[in-house]
Design a protein. Structure first.
Length: 211
């Protein structure tokens, strides 16, 4: 369910905002245009919104600034505390992409930098679940590291190895980063029209609308 990675964030919670802010040179390319990426997700969302992987609340802030009704879903207790400290009135639940209970039907599921915690099989289960919960016209808007092909992914790993970015290389090999064709097929098979927009060398915006 992606929860095998939860403990990683017990330590990263203390430096996460610095990393996404570009202070970690290994991850500078991954988080390039970070604020613009969050804004791109928020612009495509429709309220009420369920946000997966709330983390320290950076995407949450962009959603709340638009006046959206937001429910945060976060499996890591330290991250939930960080988000709750920033937004005391935020409805924040312990859950993940596949295991959650919402107080109301959402019109959008959103996430940033998190869907890769699921295997492709779990991604398929998740998208099928969202299709069953969303109304016609409902949205799934995710920004995440995605590759154009498996060859592109392996090429990026080789490049980062050459740059000496050991932590990033370990990350790319450990987590379940997938490809645009795989995700496109999963969304289309489950009743969504979907568009992909590249936002930096790593991240694509997935904008899916239920038919």
């Amino acid at each position: 369910m992606g929860r095998e990675f939860v403990e990683i964030f017990d330590e990263w919670v203390h430096t996460y905002d610095a990393s996404v802010g570009g202070e970690d040179p290994e991850y500078a390319a991954v988080f390039e245009n970070y604020k613009d990426i969050l804004e791109a997700v928020a612009k495509k969302a429709v309220s009420p919104v369920a946000e997966f992987g709330t983390g320290t609340g950076n995407l949450t802030a962009a959603l709340l600034e638009k006046g959206f009704e937001v429910t945060g879903i976060e499996p890591n207790a330290a991250m939930r505390k960080a988000a709750a400290d920033k937004f005391p009135e935020l409805v924040l639940l312990d859950g993940d992409f596949l295991d959650f209970n919402l107080p109301q039907q959402p019109k959008s599921f959103v996430s940033s930098y998190a869907f890769h915690h699921l295997t492709d099989r779990e991604k398929e289960q998740a998208i099928k679940l969202y299709a069953s919960l969303l109304p016609s016209g409902g949205k799934v808007v995710f920004a995440d590291t995605v590759f154009e092909s498996e060859e592109a992914k392996q090429g990026r790993i080789v490049y980062e190895e050459g740059e000496g970015h050991k932590n990033l290389v370990e990350d790319l090999k450990r987590e379940h980063y997938t490809t645009v064709p795989v995700l496109e097929g999963l969304f289309q098979q489950n009743g969504f029209n979907v568009n992909f927009t590249r936002l930096n060398d790593y991240v694509f915006l997935m904008d899916a609308t239920k038919r």
